[in-house]
Design a protein around this ligand. Structure first.
Ligand SMILES: NC(=O)c1ccc[n+]([C@@H]2O[C@H](COP(=O)([O-])OP(=O)(O)OC[C@H]3O[C@@H](n4cnc5c(N)ncnc54)[C@H](O)[C@@H]3O)[C@@H](O)[C@H]2O)c1
Length: 342
């Protein structure tokens, strides 16, 4: 079968580190074009990746590609995806699908009227541990979910090619919409629809670096989430269920730990030699294969627009409930009564 002609819009860090290696290893697609106003950067990435055509404007991909990946700053996801969809190009849009639910709706409408596939880049669903956790929760084996708590740091270094991530206008927000969407997508995939009850973050100006969410499942189980760009955290999700407690770590070490009511604990990873050798490249490869399958079959991708929208809507609701995150130094009353009285 002839490979699909693929173009990438946005030649920054995620394109260089993960999309391009996944494309190079794929038999489903052939890289034919790169689009980025930073044409020097696109040209130099192109030289190392088979010399595709390079354009400054994504609209020049029309007629040149069958499918595209949109990996530009979040503000541009909706307008670029809509331009491409309207021209009959199937699109994999990086997470978050867009900055707001209204922007997601515009993408959904463009995809519907053009009859193209739009997939959303929530690649964490392709982590082996993530799909095993989904099976565990959806099987009913563990009984009712009683509560959940996710503590996750996004404090690693990331070689951004641009500064969009520090601008609320460009990115839609901070750690919540940038990294939190990955985790909220997983929580929704595992536990079902979540409703926002309370939200606090540390925004003073610019975007938040830390936030705390109080969410609820449809059966009323509380779900607490803490995200930070500033410090290490436990980096796992603990879900207390009727018959057992499950702890899931997505990253190194990826682990599922099940504690039974008697206190017995079973812990382990999910055997996957490809993932163990190159975790993120494997995950992006599987995401690309899923996208190509959906395009060829006309079926749904693993993460359709409706699910990308669900996460963005939850994020938007949280931002709408925002209160300031209180830190140790914001609690002067904690010190009252401690004055020296001598
Ligand atoms: N799935 C993941 O795990 C993951 C990881 C990182 C980033 N992302 C997402 O990928 C996107 C890009 O992130 P990044 O870290 O590569 O950012 P980056 O700052 O490294 O790169 C952004 C690139 O977009 C280019 N750009 C700006 N305007 C453009 C336009 N009009 N047309 C085409 N390109 C344009 C910039 O020149 C730059 O090269 C973001 O939406 C981000 O949320 C996803």
């Amino acid at each position: 079968m002839k490979p699909l002609r693929l173009g990438i819009v946005g030649c920054g860090a995620v394109t260089e580190l993960y999309h391009l290696p996944a494309i190079a290893a794929s038999g489903d697609v052939e890289l034919v074009a790169l689009a980025d106003p930073a044409t020097d950067r696109a040209t130099s990435l192109g030289r190392a990746n088979g010399n595709p055509r390079v354009y400054a404007d994504h609209r020049e991909l029309v007629g040149v590609v069958d499918v595209a990946i949109v990996a530009a700053p979040n503000r541009l996801h909706a307008p670029i995806a809509c331009d491409l969809a309207a021209a009959g190009v199937h699109v994999l849009v990086e997470k978050p699908l867009a900055r707001t639910a209204a922007e997601c709706d515009v993408i959904a409408a463009a995809a519907r009227s053009a009859g193209v596939v739009i997939a959303v880049g929530h690649d964490f669903r392709h982590f082996p541990v993530a799909s095993v956790a989904r099976e565990l929760f959806s099987g009913g084996l563990l009984g009712e979910i009683q509560s959940a708590e996710l503590l996750q740091s996004a404090a690693g270094r990331w070689p951004y090619a641009s500064a969009y991530v520090y601008s609320r206008e460009e990115s839609g927000g901070g750690v919540l919409i940038d990294f939190g969407v990955h985790m909220l997508d997983l929580l929704g995939w595992w536990l079902g629809e979540l409703t926002a009850r309370a939200y606090a973050d540390d925004t003073v100006a610019g975007v938040e670096t830390e936030c705390e969410l109080s969410l609820e499942t449809t059966s009323g189980a509380p779900v607490g989430v803490q995200l930070t760009r500033l410090r290490p955290m436990r980096d796992t999700t603990i879900v207390r269920c009727e018959h057992a407690t499950v702890e899931i770590g997505i990253f190194e070490p990826a682990v599922i730990r099940i504690t039974l009511p008697g206190g017995g604990t079973l812990a382990g990873g999910v055997p996957d030699t490809l993932f163990d050798a190159a975790p993120l490249r494997t995950v992006f490869g599987r995401q690309l294969a899923d996208f190509a399958r959906a395009v060829r079959s006309g079926g749904e991708p693993l993460v359709p627009v409706s699910e990308g929208r669900r996460v963005v809507e939850l994020v938007e609701r949280c931002y709408g409930l925002r209160t300031p995150l209180r830190r140790a130094w914001d609690w002067p009353e904690a010190y009252s009564g401690l004055e020296e009285t001598a």
